[in-house]
Write a protein of this length. Sequence first.
Length: 463
Amino acid sequence: MKPVATDDAWGLSSVRDACGKVAIDCADAAGIVDQVIHTSQRMRNEHDSLKATVEELERDQARVVEASDEARLLSGRAIERLGQGTTQIQASLGEISNLLDLVAALSTHVTGFAAAMEQVSRCSRDIERIAETTNILALNATIEAMHAGEAGRTFGVVADEVKTLAGETRKATDEIANVIEKLGGEASSVIERIEAGAQGSLEAKNSVSSIDSTIIEVSRLVEEVDQQNDQITRAAGMITGHVDQVHRVAAGFSDAANESEDRLVLAGSRIGELELTACDMFDTLVRAGLSPEDDRFIEIAKEKAQLAVEIAERAIGSGELRIDDLFDTEYQEIEGSNPPRFRTRSMGWAQKNWQALLDATKSMDAHIVSAVYINVDGYLPTHLTEFSQPPRGDIEFDLRHSRHGRMFDLAFVRRASASQRDYIMAVYRREDAPSEYAVMRCVCVPMLINGRRWGDFQLSYQL
């Protein structure tokens, strides 16, 4: 019989170890699936952001196409109007050029007029010299007539008339000279102005030529702009096609991601159910006395749970603590806390009276990782000193070291709160940082204060 008993003990031990390993592996697998689900959700959020960006890009692209079409329309109108304006401007420039040619011809004619005036002036001076010569000859004739006496009287009369005519001729030439001199001065002024105008007309011709060249260049540039707008429109059309393709691919990815996420959620749910089943198996084996290494932690948990109940009941009896404050469920979120933490009327009392008991419990065995008093809603009014540090705003630090005041909605917590047994065993995952967790065993002992279920004492450990 001994060999049989030995084999039975070995077999039961193997079953116990296997069940414990299944529970731990289920918790581990559930943690992995949960991480994958969170990663999938984050990818979906990023995809939604990408989708929104693509949609915004589509709207921007539509605006680009619209602007390009409008630009082409405007450039077409500009080319048409510029063509009309160019014809009119070139006609005007032709008229201006003809006018400038007339100014140049007038300059030539005025210069010829000045030369004619100079010739008239020379002729006037020649007549004046002839008149002076005639006057001298008439004077000599008069003198000779006087010498001839009576016989030369008639000749003397003629000589006097000639002399008188020469004097009048001289007066006339003097007047002609004065008039010509005045005309010459005025003509010189006119000639200077006309010459200046002629020089200006030459410069104006050059400017007109430059304007004509500029208009031609502007027309060419507008045509180039129209060609560029046409290329932009074609490129925008190609981009629109690519954006549509990206949108279709993104939509396909979204559908596949949603389907994968749904399957992951289903897998997570089933693994969660399997995890609870494994916990039930583990609890059954421990209760059957097949896991003696867990027994000492059960006894510690029962002892510390009862001690906490006695401390609370004494405080209520002495009036130090109101029972309504201990059972307060009006959770006030602490502003700025991340992850969210909450304050209740029992928080200060629990920190003062239960925290030292938790610290003493953890120091009893090196395998103990955590000890907490948690109410039926999953709320921790206090925690170990090392896990009740003031938050720093660093998510990793706060997740690990600022656990007091937090709410934990875990399946095994709900299972323990609903249980009427003197204790239950569980295996669970504790989140230590984003995407990091630790798998540990836990014994949950109910706490009835003045006959009313407040919550449980949870002792977590690793073997």
